[in-house]
Structure formats: C-alpha cells, structure tokens
Ligand binder design. Structure first.
Ligand code: GAP
Length: 469
C-alpha cells in the first residue's frame, strides 16, 4: 500500500498564519463568521473538525484541572449579569479600556499602543498624552495616509438591553470575562457545599470584548471562549500557591502538545498589570506572528470578593473551622483562552515533511485532541466484498471509539493525505488479503509504519498504538 518508509524527518517549517487559516478552512476546522455576508470582523465559526478539537481541548482541561484534583468544583453562570457586577469589578471604568486613536477622515479606529509598536515605538508605560505627542512628533499618519486625532480610552464591554422597557435599569453587558460569574456565586457554593480553603471554582464559557482591532485569526476576536479558575486561598502563603499553579499550567501545556521551549513566561511589571492584580505571569507562545499572551496567571488578592461585598451587601467571607477567624479569601486565577489555545495547539501540530519525494502536511495532534481517532477504508470502493468488510469493521470500531470516520473518497493516497491534514492518528485499510486472513492494515500518521492486525484483535492493538504518539 502507498506511502511506505521513505520519509525525511520534519523540516523546520516557518509556519504562517495564512497557511493555518487556509488549512483549517479547507479541512472544516475554522471559517470566517457570517462568511456568505462578507464576514463580521472579530468573529469565527468552528466547523465539524474544529468543534471536535475544541471540545476535546475543553474536556482535557476540565479533566486535568477539575476532575483530577480534589478541591475543584465546576460552575456555569449566565452570560448576562446584573450591570452592578461590572461596576463592582471595575470593568465599567478606565481599568477595562484600551487606548484608541481615530483616522480624522475615514473615522477608522486603531489601538494606539499597537499602532505605535508597528511604527517602531515602545509604548510601555506611556500615558494617553504621551502617545498623542509621539504620533505628532514622528508625524505618523493612519494606514490610509490621513491625520490622526487624540489618543483616548475606549471601554471594551458590549452593551445591550434586557427586557422591553428602554431605561437605564435595563442596561446589561455581555460578560467580558467568565471570572465574575464565579465570584458572584462564591456565597452560593459556600452555603451549599461548604468547601474548605483552598478550593477552586472552574468555568468554561463565552466572553465578549469590543476589541478595537481584532486581528491575527482567532488570536484576538470580539467573541471568544475562556476557561477560568478562581482558586480561593488564605492570604498567607499565596506565593507558594502561585508557584504551584505555574507548575500545573506548564504540565497541562505539555499534555496538549505545546513545547515549553516555545513558551516565554513574562512576569508582568506592576504598571502593566490589570487593575485587580498584585502579580501576573503571562505565558506567551511563539505564534507565527510573534510571541504573544496565551494564558494569564494572576494573584487577584481579595479585590473582587471585597468589592462585591461592598457593592452587594452580601457577606462573602470564610470562617476558619479551627480558629473561628472570619476573613475574605484571596484568589489565584489561571485564565485560558480556548481559541488562543487552539491556535497554539494547531501551530505546534502543523508539520510539513517529505514522503517519497512529495511534501505532506500533517497535523501531529495528540490522539486525545484529534477530532477523528480512526479512519476506516476499503482499499477500493467499487468492490462490494471489500466495502461490506470495511463497513463491518467501521461499525464495530465506531461503537467503541465514537470519533471514527468511514473514508472511501478518492484513492488510498488521497485518503491518507486528507486524514493527515485532519490529524487522524490511525488509518485502517481493508484489502483483498483481509478477506482471506481476516487481518487489516493499521497505518500510523507520524511514523507511517503499517502493521497487519487481525480484526478480532483490533481493540487490543489500537489502544497501545494510540498511546505511542
Ligand atoms: N479573568 C481574567 C482575564 O480575563 P485576560 O488576560 O484579559 O484576563 C484571559 O484574558 C485570557 O483570555 C487571555 O490570556 C487570552 O487567552 C483570552 N483572551 C482575552 N482576550 C481575548 C480576545 N480578544 N480574543 C481571544 N482570546 C482572548
């Protein structure tokens, strides 16, 4: 059967975002949002394999951070929340705004800090006035060549109305982070489950930010998903807990196929930290467009619970069962963006190598994440006896493994290429020998090794094969 042995080791391939965007569109992972209407900036839709990969990633995260720990609980809060939540959290104020500058002619808006960076200026620590002065000093023009206005703050929350009456009381925001849905449920969970410190509440869900310039594919979007944990602790010894989370995040990244050599841990300086944070480490990944934030880890102190206590009047405290002391717990927050993690996992998996003189593109995804685990094919699709056997094998494997595909489209070489690009770890082929010796061929995505296996022994063979990746 095609594609044996003569493989050259993977070349160091300089991956571009265009390569990834075109592969993921062609293979049904990620499409532009509202595509047939010309798209909507900052939105992306996940296709059949994209949603499978995304679900697998979320499941891997949940298993690692919630199920495999003793002190973690899940939550799923509403996206629409009382507007007072965002006043208490500081999101309605300057703390959750980005600096923008407007083209005086086209009225197009740009993030000033990004605009300055693109023009070779380091904007770290600059005030709005200093940014405006810099633009004037360097006589910088908008990308359309027009004059720019003054730099000003722009709040990133999307506003909408709840109910039929349009007054100030009906104003609601689409949540810009899932974290607040956890803080407002702290008391509910304490009252119903009585967990002891330290413990964590985890949530996966959508978040929305009216980003001034959404860009870099699914890296910076206006609608995205977060996986967040608020880990409640006693204030003493927060440094030890923080270090524990650094180690856990590193382990998780390796588990999903991210090489730690491609991660830069940035200890964010005080002036650049979010308004609630006393320490933040940004785990930055070497994306094809630069080294940028993938995951944030912040020590939020008692900022959120204290502010919600003041603003809601609810008592958000914890009573130590031994000393009887009552206090507001402090919080360590690991915060993951699902879409950014997908982008990192896809970038890490994307490989181009040479097989028998031809280039092949392959997504070397961990089997746990691969959208399809096994593809089953008859060698020829116009031979009823092969098709019947292949269907039989497919049905029994599908029952056991779920994410199994029957693939009889094109010749066997084309099927392998397609499955490589989807990231399918194992392809199983039924040929004429199968009808005599009841053995199929299993082809390994990464090594291209092909082994003959008796149909009866398939389940015992497949699990160790999958574990080899
Ligand atoms: N609760 C803390 C918080 O939301 P953040 O650093 O603003 O912190 C956390 O966001 C993570 O959410 C980021 O590390 C990133 O992975 C993801 N994220 C933030 N804004 C995003 C955007 N516009 N598009 C895609 N992902 C985003």
């Amino acid at each position: 059967m095609a594609d044996k042995k003569t493989t050259k080791p993977a070349e160091k391939h300089s991956l571009s975002l265009d390569d990834l965007a075109s592969l993921t569109k062609r293979r049904g992972f990620i499409y532009q949002g509202s595509d047939i209407y010309g798209g909507l900036a900052g939105t992306w839709d996940y296709g059949p394999y994209g949603v499978a990969l995304k679900n697998n990633l979320k499941q891997a995260w949940w298993k690692f951070f919630v199920e495999q720990r003793d002190n973690m609980y899940g939550i799923d809060a509403a996206i629409l929340m009382n507007a007072r939540v965002w006043e208490a959290s500081g999101h309605t104020g300057a703390g959750f705004a980005d600096p923008l500058v407007e083209d005086k002619v086209t009225r197009k808006r740009y993030r000033v800090d990004h605009f300055l960076e693109d023009n070779g200026v380091d904007p770290s620590g600059m005030t709005l006035e200093q940014m405006t002065a810099k633009i004037k000093e360097l006589k910088l023009k908008s990308p359309e060549g027009n004059e720019l206005g003054e730099a000003r703050q722009f709040n990133l929350m999307f506003e909408t109305r709840a109910g039929v009456v349009e007054d100030s009381a009906s104003k609601v925001y689409l949540r810009p982070e899932t974290a607040q849905g956890i803080f407002v449920n702290f008391k509910n969970v304490m009252d119903s489950l009585h967990p002891r410190l330290p413990f964590g509440l985890a949530q996966i869900g959508k978040a929305f930010r009216n980003e001034i310039t959404p860009k870099d594919f699914v890296f910076r979007t206006r609608e995205f998903e977060q996986m967040e944990i608020e880990y409640f602790i006693k204030p003493d010894g927060w440094e030890r807990e923080f270090d524990g989370w650094v180690a856990a995040i590193r382990n998780f990244m390796q588990q999903v196929g991210i090489d730690l050599n491609d991660i830069h841990e940035l200890d964010v300086p005080a002036e650049e930290r979010a308004h609630y944070s006393k320490r933040t480490i940004d785990f930055e990944y070497k994306f094809p467009f630069g080294t940028k934030e993938l995951i944030g880890l912040a020590y939020r102190t008692d900022f959120d619970l204290s502010n919600h206590t003041k603003n809601s009047g609810a008592e958000l405290t914890y009573q130590d069962p031994h000393s009887g002391e009552k206090f507001i717990p402090h919080v360590i927050e690991p915060s993951f963006g699902v879409d950014r993690l997908m982008l990192a996992v896809l970038s890490a998996a994307y490989t181009i190598e040479e097989v028998n003189g031809d280039k092949r593109t392959v997504l070397k995804l961990k089997p746990e994440l691969a959208p399809i685990k096994l593809a089953v094919s008859p060698l020829l699709r116009n031979k009823p006896e092969l098709v019947e056997k292949a269907q039989e094998v497919y049905r029994s494997l599908k029952q056991k493994y779920g994410a199994v595909m029957y693939d009889d489209n094109g010749n066997i070489g084309k099927r392998y290429r397609r499955q490589d690009e989807i990231g399918t770890p194992l392809c199983i082929v039924i040929d004429f020998d199968t009808l005599k010796d009841k053995a199929v061929t299993i082809r390994n995505r990464d090594t291209l090794e092909q082994v003959g296996v008796k149909i009866d022994e398939l389940p015992e063979q497949i699990d160790p094969e999958l574990a080899k990746f």
